[in-house]
Write a protein that binds this ligand. Structure first.
Ligand SMILES: NC(=O)c1ccc[n+]([C@@H]2O[C@H](COP(=O)([O-])OP(=O)(O)OC[C@H]3O[C@@H](n4cnc5c(N)ncnc54)[C@H](OP(=O)(O)O)[C@@H]3O)[C@@H](O)[C@H]2O)c1
Length: 362
């Protein structure tokens, strides 16, 4: 496949701004592939990283779906030119060449999921940050049993099924956490605004409560006295205190995706709070505003874990996509391509995006 020398790319600019530039197409190194990006989806981290950590000239954007057009010299997977993949990258702060809001992007072959041809590109793109964060929270941090590679239907629920609380299930991470939790055989209890309850149940939650109702933690604790595992998919404005107060008197584990609120640790010293950051799944050393520090050993094992879930045809996630056992986030298709993305990032910053992902064709 012929690849041009230059491409259009959304880059960080001085004064925390972003803008489209024409830059060189990056070369895939070592275990990387070069992807012709078709569709990207937006995450809160896009505006936060560009605004607070962005280095002028660095590429913006994390999620992407596209087609492999060139292979690096040392691939450790069977990924081929022509394969469709979904992946995430470290936009805005890690290196000039990373950032998916570009016509081409490089990424590691073993952290990219092969996407079946009948899977919607925008839905596939949404797996990047949202889906992989949910996998990290549930399976590496809370220790839910892995989903078998050949799963063909959600496992039956029994009295012994582990219970999992997904707080803020309408978030991108939450929509995936509900689905992966159910597919791992957990009895999923969730919270969301009432107008999203039906959609969250459709994703696999058994029971949904309103997070705005102050009595929700007590109601959950009373109805599910053995609930010991939770993921707080919002992780601010008191949501971790509420999540923790729903957990059993016997204690348990709560995973946060922003720094753990002090008040939560004070309210429930018997609970283990784990803060996590999906970027560790790429296995590279990084600094993300002092939030989430990972040892070299942890980075190595997180990278290997993600690869064991996504790398190659027949991976756990590829199988779930093939059998349509999992879907991406609810999508809102946006027009205007790369030039319109800064406006979309602003919508997210202003809190105007609810239970949907903004998707742009590049
Ligand atoms: N650590 C990591 O690796 C990681 C990864 C991904 C995201 N994050 C962070 O996690 C947060 C969520 O990201 P996301 O992309 O998943 O979310 P998102 O899709 O932008 O979340 C939108 C949803 O948030 C819910 N929400 C709004 N206010 C809430 C509140 N006070 N309590 C509970 N839910 C509330 C709304 O639910 P309703 O519509 O039901 O009201 C809304 O639909 C962001 O801060 C993001 O930066 C961290």
């Amino acid at each position: 496949m012929s690849v041009p020398a230059q491409m259009r790319s959304l880059r960080c600019q001085p004064d925390a701004k972003v803008g489209v530039e024409t830059v060189a197409v990056p070369e895939p190194k070592d275990n990387e592939v070069l992807v012709k990006v078709k569709t990207v989806t937006l995450n809160p981290t896009d505006w936060k990283s560009a605004k607070f950590l962005g280095t002028p000239g660095y590429g913006v954007g994390c999620d992407a779906f596209g087609t492999v057009v060139k292979l690096g010299p040392k691939l450790n997977t069977q990924l081929k030119v022509g394969d469709n993949v979904a992946f995430f990258e470290m936009g805005s702060y890690h290196s000039a060449e990373k950032g998916t809001f570009s016509e081409y992007a490089t990424t590691q072959s073993d952290t990219s999921v092969v996407v079946p041809t009948d899977f919607d590109p925008a839905q596939a793109s949404s797996f990047g940050i949202g889906g992989f964060t949910a996998i990290q929270c549930l399976f590496t941090r809370l220790g839910l049993p892995a989903i078998p590679k050949d799963l063909s239907a959600p496992p039956a629920l029994t009295k012994e099924s582990p219970k999992l609380l997904v707080w803020a299930a309408s978030t991108s991470v939450g929509q995936f956490a509900v689905q992966f939790g159910r597919l791992a055989g957990a009895h999923v209890i969730a919270t969301a605004s009432p107008d999203n309850h039906a959609a969250i149940k459709e994703l696999g939650a058994q029971d949904v409560f309103d997070y705005k109702d102050e009595s929700t933690p007590a109601k959950i604790a009373e109805k599910y006295p053995d609930l010991q595992l939770a993921v707080d998919c919002f992780s601010e404005k008191g949501s971790t205190v509420a999540t923790a107060n729903a957990i059993s008197k016997k204690g348990g584990k709560v995973v946060n995706i922003l720094p753990t609120e002090k008040a939560a640790k004070e309210a429930r010293p018997d609970i283990e709070f784990i803060t996590t950051l999906v970027y560790s799944f790429l296995g590279r050393e990084f600094k993300f505003g002092g939030f989430g520090k990972f040892s070299p050993e942890q980075l190595k094992s997180d990278h290997a874990f993600l690869a064991s879930w996504v790398a190659g045809e027949g991976s756990i996630v590829n199988n779930l996509m093939e059998k349509h056992l999992i879907k991406g986030n609810k999508i809102k298709v946006m027009s205007g391509g790369l030039d319109a993305i800064p406006e979309g990032m602003k919508f997210l910053e202003e809190g105007k995006v609810r239970m949907e992902k903004l998707a742009y064709d590049v």
